[in-house]
Design a protein around this ligand. Structure first.
Ligand SMILES: NC(=O)c1ccc[n+]([C@@H]2O[C@H](COP(=O)([O-])OP(=O)(O)OC[C@H]3O[C@@H](n4cnc5c(N)ncnc54)[C@H](OP(=O)(O)O)[C@@H]3O)[C@@H](O)[C@H]2O)c1
Length: 332
């Protein structure tokens, strides 16, 4: 029987258990995938702890990203063949369509044939980061040449994807990281400037970097007290995407800056893109083309074996990572 990761109670990484379960054949419109690698996301740690947007019914499985081989096809599925190398677009519900398993059934419209040359680990580290960054920066903000784009939690998988996409658009990605530890690596990844926000004055550094032009787009996964200095450094008409709450602290509303500069403060979820078939098609084309041209390259932090899923979650929550944490599944 295939193995799946489940949790029967909410809590820390130790609640994750690997269990053997029967997997049904794929239903109509579904594809069964023999998973080779999974990509980890903050949303899964939050789900396990009972702090995510979605409340799991226990026991629950979890996971948003995976890559593997097509093992069988449900009724009505065409365009795929057994053995195809595929990866999955993050579904709306990770409880309903979890990826932390050796075998998964997935709706065919969320399954993509990726270039085989990519490898399983990179293919499992692809869709959540690039779709999230693409949706905000390209689909909504229309980032382009000359734009200054401030990216918080820059060493997260989404942050690094945003740096690459901003570069591709001809914009200036300014990476914001907590300390100077990851500054050289962020420069190597293409950030035109890097700010260590626990060691430097954030608004002052942003103003210095932009030379008074100010920041047109902010992609913020952190919230908390840094919200105000970010708004301070924004250009009139700028847009601030609030897409995560890593700080865990109350986030002030920068009323004076919003009023004085006509700022747009906007919540954003990747499902705005994945839930819209036309937008999703454009996004897939953009990302696959970026991979082909070499403008986009997933950054993998560390690979864990499936048996060490709890350690992989501990590493995620250590915040030491640079890029995507991946779990490799050995052949059955
Ligand atoms: N809205 C959406 O649709 C969507 C989609 C995907 C992800 N997200 C959100 O995007 C964020 C990144 O997710 P991820 O899975 O790519 O990466 P992740 O593994 O959660 O990112 C970890 C990085 O975030 C930074 N960080 C962690 N705690 C922090 C804190 N308290 N204050 C400031 N920075 C902190 C650190 O970077 P430094 O060491 O560089 O400071 C750390 O290396 C999460 O908040 C996630 O929930 C949202």
């Amino acid at each position: 029987m295939p193995r799946i990761v489940r949790f029967h109670e909410l809590g820390g990484p130790e609640v994750l258990r690997i269990e053997q379960v029967d997997i049904l054949p794929p239903g109509p419109g579904e594809i069964q995938i023999r998973v080779k690698a999974l990509g980890l996301n903050r949303a899964e740690a939050l789900m396990r702890a009972g702090q995510y947007l979605e409340s799991p019914a226990l026991p629950s499985s979890l996971g948003f990203e995976a890559a593997g081989e097509v093992a069988s096809l449900g009724l009505g599925v065409d365009g795929f063949r057994l053995g195809d190398a595929v990866s999955v677009i993050p579904p709306l519900s990770q409880a309903q369509w979890p990826t932390y398993a050796e075998i998964i059934n997935f709706p065919a419209y969320l399954v993509v044939k990726h270039p085989e040359s990519l490898g399983w680990e990179a293919a499992a580290a692809l869709w959540m980061p690039y779709l999230t960054a693409y949706g905000a920066l390209v689909d909504i903000a229309r980032a382009g040449p000359g734009d200054f784009i401030a990216i918080t939690a820059a060493s997260s998988s989404v942050g690094l994807a945003a740096i690459q996409i901003a570069r591709q658009a001809g914009a200036h990605p300014i990476a914001i990281t907590r300390t100077s530890a990851k500054v050289p690596a962020l420069r190597e990844q293409g950030a035109t400037d890097v700010i260590a926000c626990q060691e430097q004055d954030l608004a002052g550094s942003l103003n210095l970097i932009t030379g008074g032009k100010q920041v047109r787009v902010v992609l913020d996964a952190v919230g908390g007290p840094n919200f105000t200095p970010l708004a301070d450094a924004m250009a009139p008409g700028g847009i601030l995407f609030s897409y995560g709450g890593l700080s865990g602290q109350p986030t002030p509303y920068p009323l004076a800056q919003v009023l004085a500069k006509n700022l747009t403060l906007r919540g954003y979820l990747v499902h705005e893109i994945t839930g819209n078939p036309a937008k999703l098609d454009n996004a897939k084309r953009f990302i696959l083309e970026g991979l082909r041209k070499g403008d986009l390259t997933p950054v993998i932090d560390k690979i864990f074996p499936f048996d060490e899923i709890a350690d992989a979650h501990r590493h995620l929550e250590s915040n030491q990572q640079f890029g995507k944490i991946v779990v490799r599944i050995a052949p059955l």
